[in-house]
Design a protein around this ligand. Structure first.
Ligand code: HGY
Ligand code: MN
Ligand code: MN
Length: 404
């Protein structure tokens, strides 16, 4: 699809306004949820909204909204402005920019449709170990009801952060939404490999997260014979490889399993590791596969620890089921892409998104755009302004169809 130069320039302008916020020396960005850096992203969001004459407001957990009307029954285009540590500049931001593009076109065309854009706090689990905090709290997602004790990278509890900002851990449920729509970079390789311009998401894989605590015995690394050790990190190493094997076994069901966090204590050269904490992330679109992975992981880890004389404890810290998008929205988005002559394909999302929170309370749809080599959660993350315009056009074309 050919885009107007003015649209491409405006889209690039939006991207550039966020660009430097949270930049790191390595060329990535770190914009952790519920930090001052995320606040700066939300401030910029409000500033860009005001240049489009949009009303802005915040809810009780710090999510920020731009609205073209006060009417209920609005179409909510959302995503997030936080990032992982040393992340890329498009994860979440592309969806917010797409929302602003839609608002621009709607104003230019005088489209009579209540539309809002939502920037949801702390979508990434990078700061508190829990994803979709902002959208999960206001949609009353079950796992978000007692997360006040989660501790940030800076050692603050979520409760302390909320108190400091005047937020509430028990906010009123969001109301008035007719449909929720989200554009996001695919964070995978399918669209690029298939040379398809947009993806229409059918199902979002459900993320389950666990902390595993291992306790051995910290002892002298020189004086303790190999046969008399309780090395927590060696047990962890066995468990990590076993979790990888379990993920590979379930790959046929499009499941994945990752140990992304290893905390070793006391983590010094001449002490046998005494305590280790593992952060485990398993995902899948089939509950039966997720259940097998959880069962096999716990059985294997307990056996490894028994064999090694290591104390074992696990804690489930998140369990969002796989969730389907709305069939009618999927079809509407697909037809919109077709009308525009933009190639599309239906696909699953292995990554989690704020759309998971909304799919429980209203009709929800997601549009993916390709990202370079599928790289994401990495400073090399990249998508083109043209792709953002493609995806935004599909959403706008869909909304025009909703307005008739
Ligand atoms: O981890 C995820 O799936 C997403 O990037 N929040
Ligand atoms: Mn992400
Ligand atoms: Mn994201």
């Amino acid at each position: 699809m050919e885009h107007q130069i003015a649209d491409i320039q405006y889209c690039e302008h939006l991207f550039n306004q966020f660009y430097d916020i949270g930049s790191t020396e390595s060329g990535g960005v770190t914009r952790l949820g519920y930090t001052k850096t995320e606040d700066r992203m939300h401030d910029m969001f409000v500033k860009l909204g005001s240049s489009l004459n949009l009303r802005s407001y915040q809810d009780q957990v710090g999510n920020t909204y731009l609205a073209n009307s006060a009417d209920d029954g609005y179409y909510l285009i959302g995503s997030h402005l936080d990032s992982v540590i040393e992340g890329g500049r498009y994860d979440g931001v592309a969806g917010i920019i797409a929302g602003l593009m839609v608002m621009k076109w709607a104003a230019e065309d005088g489209l009579k449709l209540p539309i809002r854009i939502g920037a949801f706090r702390c979508e990434e689990s990078s700061n508190f170990g829990c994803c979709t905090v902002g959208s999960g709290l206001i949609t009353k997602e079950a796992y978000k009801q007692d997360i006040g004790g989660l501790v940030s990278k800076e050692g603050e509890t979520l409760e302390e952060v909320f108190k400091k900002n005047g937020y509430s851990l028990h906010p009123a449920k969001i109301t008035g939404i007719k449909q929720y729509l989200e554009l996001h970079i695919e964070q995978g390789k399918v669209l690029e490999e298939c040379q398809t311009s947009v993806g229409i998401v059918t199902t979002i894989a459900g993320p389950r997260r666990f902390n595993i605590y291992l306790r051995g015995m910290a002892e002298h690394s020189g004086a303790t014979p190999m046969s008399m050790r309780y090395d927590a990190l060696c047990a962890a190493a066995e468990i990590i490889l076993e979790i990888e094997r379990i993920g590979k076994k379930e790959a046929a069901y499009q499941s994945v399993a990752t140990v992304g966090v290893v905390t070793n204590h006391p983590n010094v050269l001449n002490v046998i590791p005494g305590e280790v904490e593992l952060g485990v992330d398993i995902r899948g679109i089939e509950v039966s596969s997720l259940n097998r992975m959880e069962r096999d992981m716990k059985e294997a880890a307990k056996q490894i620890c028994k064999n090694r004389g290591i104390e074992y404890l696990d804690e489930k810290i998140g369990d969002i089921p796989p969730i389907g998008m709305s069939d009618s929205v999927e079809l509407g988005l697909e037809r919109a892409a077709k009308r525009l002559g933009i190639s599309s394909r239906r696909m699953i999302s292995g990554a989690g998104h704020d759309a998971m929170s909304f799919a429980n309370i209203c009709e929800t749809g997601m549009v993916f755009i390709p990202c370079l080599k599928g790289i994401s959660h990495n400073r090399a993350e990249f998508t083109s302004i043209l792709s953002i315009c493609d995806g935004a056009r599909v959403i706008y074309e869909y909304l025009k169809g909703e307005a008739v």
